[in-house]
Design a protein. Sequence first.
Length: 158
Amino acid sequence: MFERVLSFLRDLPAGGARNNGDDPRIAASALLYHVMSADGVRQDVEWERFKAVLAETYSISGDELDALAAAGERADNEAIDLYAFTSVLKRHLDADARKAFIGLMWEIVYADGELHELEDNIVWRVAELIGVDRRDRVEARRKAAAEVPGATGTSSDE
């Protein structure tokens, strides 16, 4: 019995069932999708901003962009926590890139002009998990909110 369990574990593909468990692009896409969907309402403006962020960040378009967006959605739907994604980003991104990623999350949050408490909480948790301090997280939020006329919502940091 024990040998069968060990054999099963040895036969599992490295990095997850799709062999992309360590792909920082999919991890980023999944986290961006997750924050976009946090308030339970996925608006067209949020979806368009999500895809624009992916396109700008990774210099992709067309089918490649659609595939990355779909992979992020699928990964988020299959995930049991955020750690699988944040650990990948922490390994692959330097400190400045991690701060920039939090800025991208805020752009997604404010795409609809509103800050929902669940979105705020997700950005806070992701920032903590990837090592972005409170000051940098708050600065990125303020910058994203300032770019959206009439943005509403109050962060728990205030």
